[in-house]
Structures are given as C-alpha cells and as structure tokens.
Design a protein around this ligand. Sequence first.
Ligand SMILES: Cc1cc2nc3c(=O)[nH]c(=O)nc-3n(C[C@H](O)[C@H](O)[C@H](O)COP(=O)(O)OP(=O)(O)OC[C@H]3O[C@@H](n4cnc5c(N)ncnc54)[C@H](O)[C@@H]3O)c2cc1C
Length: 450
Amino acid sequence: MHLKNGAKIAIIGGGPAGSFFAHFALMHAKRLGIKVSVTIFEKKCFDKKGAPGCNMSAGVLSESLLDKLTEQHIHLPPSCIQQEIEGYFLQVPEYGIPLHYPYPPHKTRIAAVFRGSGPRFANRDVSNSFDYFLLEHAQNVGADVVLHPIINIEIPKNPNDLIKLTYGEGASKGEYTADLVVGAFGVNSDTPLELNKLGFGYTPPKTVRTCIMDIYPTRTINDALYGNNIYVFSLGLKFIKFASFIPKGEFLTICLVGKKDMDKAQLNTFMNQPKIQKMIPEGWADPKKRCICFPNIPVNHARHPYTNRLVIIGDAGISRTYKNGIDSAFTTAQLAAKTAFERGVSEKDFEEGYFKPAERLLGRDNIYGGIILMANDIISRQKHVVSSHIKYMSEHPDTWETRWMNEVLWNTVTGNATYKDIFLKSIHPRLLLSLFSVTLRSIAKKSQTC
Ligand SMILES: Cc1cc2nc3c(=O)[nH]c(=O)nc-3n(C[C@H](O)[C@H](O)[C@H](O)COP(=O)(O)OP(=O)(O)OC[C@H]3O[C@@H](n4cnc5c(N)ncnc54)[C@H](O)[C@@H]3O)c2cc1C
C-alpha cells in the first residue's frame, strides 16, 4: 500500500506534530518526484489571544529542537521569541543555585514562546504565536489549511479503500477522502477517545491535568526578579512534581505539574508558600491580569497508534514524558512521514517503520525518566538532604562534585540528555559516596547546633 501521484493526505490537528508532518511529507514527495496533496484540519485559530488560540504549554523550546529546526531550514523569526533564556535557577526551601550549560564555552540556546497569541488579558496583540508560525510554514511549503474540526472518521473494512473524514459544522460541513490520515490531535480534546471507539486497538496515553498561569509583572520587574533565567522549584510539596517560572518579556508563565490532577486550590497553595510570595510580583492574584488553564500532559504512550492508512503522532501517539514534548512531536512526525513515503501506509509498515523505532527512542527512555522522577519525589521530600546538597554546591562552586551535579541537574531541567544518560550519571558510585558524606557532615553539624 503506497502513496502514489495524486495521493491525498489529511492531518487532524495543526499543532507542532501536524505542521512538522506536513513539512516532512512535502519534502519526501518532492524528493521522490510525486505530487501529493496535504490538508491540515485545525479547530483553533493560533492568532487569537487566550484559550481559543493556545495549545497550552510552558512554551520552552529546547536547544535540541532549535538545532533541528535550523537543520530543516525552519527559521524562527525573532518576533516569535518572547525571551531568550540563558540559564536555570534551582530553588529549594532554604537555598538556591544557578545552573549553567555544563560544557563551556558553548552559549545556551533556549527560547521562551507563546503557543497562541499571548494571554487573554494582554492589551497589545502579541500576535507571534509559535504554532501560528509553524502552521504558516506548513502552508508555505505547500500544505492546505482548513480551520474546521474533524467531527467524524470512517475507516473502511477493506484496507484498499480510502478513509472518509467529515469536517466542520452547519453550512461549512464537508467530506474529505484520504489515502492517509495522520492523527496529530494531542491529548486535550475528545478526538483521542473518538479514535479509541473505532476499534483498531488504539488506546490514548494516560494523562494528568497540569496548571499554567500567565501573569503580567512588566518587563522591568521580570528583569529584576528573574533576569533571563527559568526558575525551577523543589520545595518538598507533596502534590507537586515540579514547578517553574518562565519569564516571557513583560509576562511570566507559571507552570505546575502535579502527581495527580491539579486544581485551583493547589495553585493557590503553591502561590502562597512563603518562598514563592517573596519571589512573585505583587498583584499576581488580580483576576483581570491572569490567564489560567489546566491542560493534560501524557504520562505514558498510546497503544497501537496506527492501522492501515492511519498513523497517530505527537502527544496522542508517543512522546518523552514531561520533557520537550515539541521535540517528540518533531521526531514522531519525521519517523511517520519517512515510513509513509519510503515503506508504505499499511498497518505493518507503521508498526515496523514508525512505532517500533519511536518506542525504542522515546518509550524505553521514559522508563529511566520514571525512575528519575520517582527518586526525585522521594529525595525532594527530605528537605534537609536537598538543602545540604544545594548549600554544598553554592559554597563549593569549583569542585568536581558541583560540576557533576550541575551537569545532572542541567540535563534534567533542560531535557538536553536522554533520561538514561541522566540516570547513569546520577548513580555514579563516586558521586553517591561524596554526596553521602556531605549529608552526614550536615546532619552532624545540625545535631551539634541543636
Ligand atoms: C503544563 C505543560 C507544559 C509543557 N511545556 C512544554 C515545554 O516547555 N516545551 C515543550 O517542548 N513541550 C511542552 N509541553 C508539551 C507540549 O505542549 C506538547 O508535547 C506538544 O504541544 C504536542 O504537540 P502535538 O501537535 O502532538 O499536540 P497539540 O500541541 O496538543 O496540538 C494538537 C492540535 O490538534 C487540534 N485538534 C484536536 N482535535 C482536533 C479535531 N478533531 N479537528 C481539528 N483539530 C483538532 C488541537 O486544536 C491542537 O491544535 C508542555 C505540556 C504541558 C501540559
């Protein structure tokens, strides 16, 4: 089952995964000298402010993603970048330390963006959404965009027949038959559940509800409080896996990921922590100047995200848990497009060419990620242990232990290395022994002062 001249490809969802797939599909078609038509169906307008235009995320573009975009000649315009990030700052209850790129003299390349056209309260049109830029890029390389939702999918019994999609509502309702359907619909709509009902074995990823709040401290306050740094908090709160502040020009994005579904009460509990109160501009609670959402994040990957003529990519398929989801969207789009053009579009082709490699690359690494996050949960609750290590790092910046820990922490917060590499680096016996003695010394000192 192969894509031939005149083949029609429908992509459900114009977020990063959908736009990247269009980019790669049109590139392969050009290389192979076949003409295909690629249509992206998207239900949001990314040039709108607030929820109607936003694919809710912290909006941090990792260095590896920025490098991949450059390799693909996808040049992010400066107007899309709200702030260039130079470093991270790790804050534990009593101490804080800056984290920096472990291999000088390389200069960090991390960008903070808005996925839509900025928070709903923004009084100017931010109008430089990352997702808008990517979708426009897909159009520039030849994709058509239909700003309507897909409301029905009919998979034929005979795999040689085409898949029928229904889109839009009322007068704008229409049908589209496709040689290949790409599901790039993420995990924040009912579409994954609709696909699950089609009975080809697709089970969407499990998710937890996170919390994102944009506020408006002004540029001057942002610069004074955070500079060009992302602040990451490990305050030992039971319900939080990790929390971060991302400065974006005059705005600040606060991102909370919990162990279970987050709600507004937990957001308020976090914001009212004494440490946070000292680090947050006054007026953050003004309901007219904040934009809050509770998006889902996948915590595992989908089962069987493919069948004949249909493949599911990005968050709705398989992604790296908790880190650099847009990078995973890029990788899965690239693998799926290569499979469709070089192998074919049958269930077997997608299993061998797309899913198995993606599982090896992302799924297996997520096992190490799970261990790291579990260990982090346990350690971060031992506030004294965490504080003694961070204190040691801030007081002894030039020791090998500090450099080693900086590398582990930097790669953990940025997602720059695989979870496997981070895991192996963090369990090195020499490091563990040294940290153990730091903890013992600090416990002994504490008991002397009591
Ligand atoms: C709290 C939080 C913070 C995050 N921070 C980061 C970060 O800093 N950096 C990073 O790289 N990743 C981050 N992520 C992950 C990132 O947001 C996702 O991995 C990424 O958006 C996945 O891209 P996608 O295209 O698969 O899905 P999405 O971005 O969700 O896009 C899916 C698109 O499909 C559309 N759609 C759905 N159903 C239909 C339909 N029936 N018809 C038409 N259109 C449809 C939706 O409107 C949407 O535009 C974060 C996620 C969360 C929850």
